[in-house]
Every structure is written in structure tokens, then in C-alpha cells.
Design a protein around this ligand. Structure first.
Ligand code: ADP
Ligand code: 5GP
Length: 246
């Protein structure tokens, strides 16, 4: 049975890592590719668990040696997926999940068009700001400049949603987790004939509704809130905090 490559991208703070960790608790046979990065560890992150943390010179040496399937510079740091992650997952017949930015996703799709790609969006800019801020507080470091940098990149990243096969709007966490699980199960069913044990009809229906081609109605208010469609609303793009966000 061939392993499936899943790519998941989202603006920083959308809840991608949260979704992935919830789904990994529920589904077996899916590995998470631990990326390499030159950014310093954040909060409780551990080397080799969330990321392989490294120095710029070492990263550049790895690039020169062709060790990366893809790599990109994001928020001033390098990030990359080692080819070895893919080789190991393939040898084990496991699915592999890459949590990578839109630049990296485009590189992987060009090399491996069979990859399943999923774009996660927050419901609106205010929620995104609140989540980024809460995460920084929980990690004990609120870096306003870094927060602003990540927020201001969000709309640009969201503009890339069209390149992705599936769209997840992470509003209510449980629902988004169920949708991500359904996508994984549906792809396993269609590609490998894997049986869906519980309510298969419902699972396939949920996954189908998340396909990008079926997501236009759900997407519209989110794209408007980020000023991506509805040009008259562009100036309303607003990352101001909600009153309950202090
Ligand atoms: P990302 O990996 O996309 O940068 P995280 O998974 O770190 O984002 O989530 C950012 C913050 O938002 C975290 O504090 C997380 O607990 C919170 N969060 C994630 N999803 C939701 C949700 N659906 N509702 C409320 N908070 C959420
Ligand atoms: P963070 O610093 O918040 O962990 O991640 C910042 C961004 O880098 C996120 O969009 C994340 O998906 C992306 N990223 C993480 N690992 C990789 C990787 O290996 N390659 C690429 N291209 N982006 C990555």
C-alpha cells in the first residue's frame, strides 16, 4: 500500500499545529515530518520534536548538498523538509504530513502532483490576532514586531488558497479536527481502498464538502474579512483586538 503525502499550509496562528496534533491522536499510520529551521525554539519546543533547530551555515550546507525536498525563507528564517523524511515514511508504507508554508507547498506540488494539499484559514483577522497573541502569552513572550509581521503576511498567504485541493476553516476546533480526519480517511479510501470503520457515508460527505471546488460559499466571508475579495472592503481589513482580547 502506497503512503499518501499530505501538505498542510495556513497563515501562522490559524491553528494548523493544533489540528495536526489532535488528528494524530485519533488516526494511526500517519507520520509528521519534522522540518529543519534556523529559527530559535519557541516556548516548550524541543529539538527533534517540533523542529530540528540548526544554524544558518549548517542549513545552507544542507541546501548545497541537495538534502531538502523543499525549502523556503519564512519570516526571515529558513525552513526545509529533508528528503529523508519522505524516504523513511515511504519505506514504512506510512502516510506523511508536511506542515509547510505556501512557497514550500508549491515546490512539493510541482515535484509530486499526487500530493493531497489542505489550506487552513482562521475565520477572520481578529480571531487570528487573538490566537497569535494568546499563543505568545502562553509561551511567555509577546513580541509585538513578530506578531505584526505574521499578521501582515496572512492576507498574502491566503491568496494562495487556490492551489490547494481542500479548504478548512478553523473556527470551532472540534469541527475542524473532524473535517481534517475525514479528509485523511477519504483519501485513504479512494486511493488505497482502505475501509472507513465508522459512518463511512458521512465521512466521505464531510471530506467532499471541504474540497476547494465545493468551498466557495464558506470561503466568501473569510476572503472578504481579509480584504482578498470585495475591493470596496479592502480598507476595512482590521486586525484590531476584540474587547475581550486584553
Ligand atoms: P499554527 O500552527 O497555525 O501557527 P497553532 O496551532 O499554534 O497555530 O494555534 C495558534 C493558537 O490558537 C494556539 O494558542 C491554539 O491553542 C489556538 N487555537 C487553535 N485552534 C483554535 C480554535 N479552533 N479555537 C480557538 N483557539 C484555537
Ligand atoms: P513557525 O515559525 O510558526 O513554526 O512556522 C512559520 C511558517 O513556516 C509556517 O507557515 C510553517 O508552515 C512554515 N514551515 C514549517 N516548516 C516548514 C518547512 O519545512 N518548509 C517550509 N517551506 N515551510 C515550513
Amino acid at each position: 500500500m502506497a503512503g499518501i503525502l499530505f501538505i498542510i499550509s495556513a497563515p501562522s496562528g490559524s491553528g494548523k499545529s493544533t489540528l495536526v496534533s489532535e488528528v494524530r491522536k485519533q488516526l494511526s499510520g500517519i507520520e509528521f515530518s519534522v522540518s529543519w529551521t534556523t529559527r530559535p525554539p519557541r516556548g516548550s519546543e524541543q529539538d527533534g520534536r517540533e523542529y530540528n533547530f540548526t544554524m544558518r551555515e549548517e542549513f545552507e550546507r544542507m541546501v548545497a548538498e541537495g538534502q531538502f525536498l523543499e525549502h523556503a525563507e519564512v519570516f526571515g528564517n529558513y525552513y526545509g523538509t529533508a528528503r529523508r523524511s519522505l524516504e523513511l515514511a515511504r519505506a514504512a508504507g506510512h502516510d506523511l504530513l508536511l506542515d509547510i508554508d505556501v512557497q514550500g507547498a508549491a515546490q512539493v506540488r510541482a515535484k509530486m502532483p499526487e500530493a493531497v494539499s489542505i489550506f487552513v484559514l482562521p475565520p477572520n483577522p481578529k480571531v487570528l490576532r487573538t490566537r497569535l497573541r494568546n499563543r505568545s502569552r502562553a509561551e511567555g513572550v509577546v513580541n509585538e514586531a513578530e506578531l505584526y509581521r505574521r499578521l501582515s503576511e496572512a492576507s498574502r498567504e491566503i491568496e494562495n488558497y487556490r492551489g490547494y485541493g481542500y479548504i478548512l476553516i478553523n473556527d470551532i476546533l472540534d469541527r475542524a479536527v473532524a473535517q481534517l480526519e475525514a479528509i485523511v480517511q477519504a483519501e485513504r479510501y479512494y486511493r488505497n481502498g482502505e475501509v472507513i470503520a465508522y459512518r463511512p457515508g458521512r465521512v466521505l460527505e464531510v471530506a467532499a464538502a471541504c474540497r476547494q471546488v465545493n468551498s466557495q460559499e464558506r470561503l466568501k466571508p473569510v476572503l472578504e474579512a481579509f480584504g482578498i475579495i470585495g475591493s470596496s472592503n479592502q480598507q476595512l481589513l482590521n486586525f484590531e483586538e476584540d474587547s475581550d482580547d486584553s
